[in-house]
Each structure stands twice: as C-alpha cells, then as structure tokens.
Design a protein around this ligand. Structure first.
Ligand SMILES: *Cc1c(COP(=O)(O)O)cnc(C)c1O
Length: 356
C-alpha cells in the first residue's frame, strides 16, 4: 500500500504527531486516569462549540450513530427531514428505519435550504423535530444555519437537529447562541483525526425530551450518557486512543486560535472555488458554497478515475462525486490541518495532469 495524502472529504489527512498520540499506553475506562482525560476533553469541546450549558458526549461509533440517536431521543411526534443531498437524505432514511413518522422537505441537489419553506412546514404544527445538514458533503453546499435556527426558534416544541459532520471545527458554530438541540460530528472530517469517534452537543431541552422518549434503545440513550458524564465517563468502553488524540488536537486548535482556524478554512475554500470556476464550474449555488470542501462540476468530461490514478502515483488523492452525482462531479476537501501550501500542491498537480 502506498501513502496517499487525502484531499477526500473524510477521512482526511492525519498528522504524524496525532497518529503518535494514539499510541499512548492504555488506561482502564473506569480508572482515575481516564477520568482525568475525559474531564480535560469535554470542557475543550464546549469551548470549541461555544457552549457552557449543553451536554457534550463522546460516542464510539461514526457520525451516523449520533444521527440515529438524535431522532430516537428527540422525535415523539413526527420529524421533518430537510434534504439537499445524499447525507441529509440519509437522516430521513434513519428516521424511517427507526419507525418514526417523517416527512421530507427537498431542494434540488446543489441548492441550499430556504428557511421560509422550513417555516411554512413547521407552522402546520405537525412536527416536533427537524433534521438539517449544515454542510452537505455530497454537493458542497453549506446551509445558512443561523437563518434556519432563527426560524426554528419560533417553535419551542420543535427540536433542531443538526448534522455538522464535515463543518465542525472548520467554521464557527455558536451552538448555544443558535439554540440548536442536537449537533453532531465525526472526528475523521474537519477535526483531522482517524475515524471511530463522534462528538455530540445536546441542549437541556433535548435532554428533557429524551427522558420522555420511548423505544430509544440503550446504546444511544442521552440519559444514560448524562448519568455517566456526571462521573467523567462514558456508558460503555470508549475508543480511548482516539480520545487521547482528540485531546491533543483540541490543544493544537486553541494554539492556532479558533478565528485563525476558521479564516484559514475560508481562504483555502476561496482558492479552490476560484480554481474550479476557472477550469470547470462549481456545483453548489452561489451563497451556499462550503468552506471545507468544494464539489466541482465535471464540465470537461474528464475521467476522474484516471485523474485520481495519476494523482495516486504522486501520493495524492481527491474524491469522485457522491451518490447520484458520482460521475458528474469531483470533490476536493480543504479541511483539518491543511494550509494553503497543501492546496497549491494538489491544484498544481491537477493542472499538470490535465494540461491547464
Ligand atoms: C461523512 C458524513 C456523514 C457520515 O459520517 P460517518 O462518520 O461515516 O457516519 C454524515 N453526514 C455528513 C454531512 C458527512 O459528511
């Protein structure tokens, strides 16, 4: 197997010091050593997410686990799933698979949600939860979370459930100010850690809802997590090696400075968007373009597979399109630890291969 530097939207490139941190000696998950680690990590995550009063839980599973948890704990009546691509569609499939009443509000791929349309649907009073994706990793659309949150605030009985899997740590998300109820991410995207750990922030209101939830199961029960959180612990054995790595990564984030981190992501996004517009077209509507990845329309009909093969020979990898736009698009991620030099490296490698 040959090393490839990953410009795919997850898992992303992981730095050597983080990989090394994962080789920390093992500690028992009920030991005081683990408590020390857990109680170091949680306040840092709260700081990252701009919250003091929410619970932040660590889940040993990928991001999808917390998506399932969110609907199991917070949907008692019916959920409105806002769909703008493959991942937001998945949330609707999860709700259906959990046997929950659900409806879809769908926009064409490449578009973002219209908060007015969400408002109209919530006004019916049918729903007690709404699922949205912040950053739709299939289309490269970043939705306007603040505007959506403003709308949902008008309906105190409706829980706002947010998939921020590929945006969390790459853009500023002020969780408590937004008043979201559940917001989640896996660490293999903008956190730039290996996969296997997922983070969720849960509002006090959502915790109350969880209390009354039926058939929420055990593994994803927020109330069980709350009980163990009080002891700086997790209900079951967590992926301790990754939590060591997360602790180190959070220190690195604060050492860089969060505002600088967000600005770095925006700068890289602008560079890739400019390149994409120069040679191809961008898939996402103007005003909805993601800061952490760019989905590019394959207007030149290049073979993305061939391009990736040639990039692979240079130890680089980008991503083809996702789901139904697999052949029509390709994706370049600009998240995690990448700096502008990394972006220049991939763009000039593509330029050379395609003869730009
Ligand atoms: C990657 C991704 C997921 C799924 O994440 P897993 O960690 O594989 O479960 C869900 N939503 C979005 C927006 C994603 O980018």
């Amino acid at each position: 197997m040959k090393y490839k530097k990953l410009y795919i939207p997850g898992p992303v490139e992981v730095s050597k010091d983080i990989l090394e941190e994962m080789s920390h000696w093992m500690v028992g998950h009920r030991s005081s050593d683990y408590k020390e680690l857990h109680s170091a990590v949680i306040p840092k995550l709260k700081k990252l997410l701009f919250t003091e009063n929410y619970h932040v839980f660590l889940g040993t599973h990928s991001s999808t686990g917390w998506m399932e948890a969110a609907v199991k704990n917070c949907v008692h009546k019916k959920v409105l799933s806002c769909v703008c691509g493959a991942f937001s569609k998945r949330w609707n499939e999860i709700a259906a698979a959990c046997g929950l009443e659900n409806d879809k509000y769908e926009v064409p791929w490449g578009h973002g949600y219209d908060p007015v349309e969400i408002d109209k649907r919530l006004a019916s009073g049918e729903y007690d939860a709404v699922t949205v994706v912040h950053n739709e990793t299939s289309t490269g659309v970043m939705n306007k979370l603040e505007e959506i949150a403003e709308v949902v605030k008008k309906y105190p009985d409706v829980s706002l459930l947010v998939d921020a899997v590929s945006s969390m740590t790459g853009v500023k998300i002020e969780v408590e100010k937004l008043d979201v109820d559940v917001i989640l991410a896996g660490v293999q995207k903008a956190f730039a850690l290996p996969p296997g750990l997922a983070v969720v922030a849960v509002s006090p209101k959502a915790m109350q809802k969880s209390e009354a939830a039926k058939n929420k199961g055990y593994y994803f029960d927020f109330k069980v997590f709350e009980k163990y959180a009080a002891k700086d612990n997790t209900p079951t054995t967590p992926v301790i090696s990754l939590i060591f790595a997360l602790n180190k990564m959070l220190d690195k984030m604060f050492a860089e400075g969060l505002d600088k981190r967000f600005a770095r992501h925006l700068e890289m996004a602008e560079r890739v968007r400019g390149w994409g517009e120069e040679h191809f077209e961008l898939y996402a509507q103007p005003g909805f373009r993601s800061n952490t990845l760019t989905t590019i329309k394959n207007t030149k009909g290049i073979s993305v597979a061939d391009l990736n093969k040639k990039l692979g020979e240079e130890g680089l990898a980008i991503s083809n399109g996702y789901g139904k736009i697999k052949e029509e698009t390709f994706r370049i991620a600009h998240m995690g630890d990448f700096i502008m030099d990394d972006i220049e490296q991939i763009l000039s490698a593509i330029d050379k291969i395609l003869g730009f």
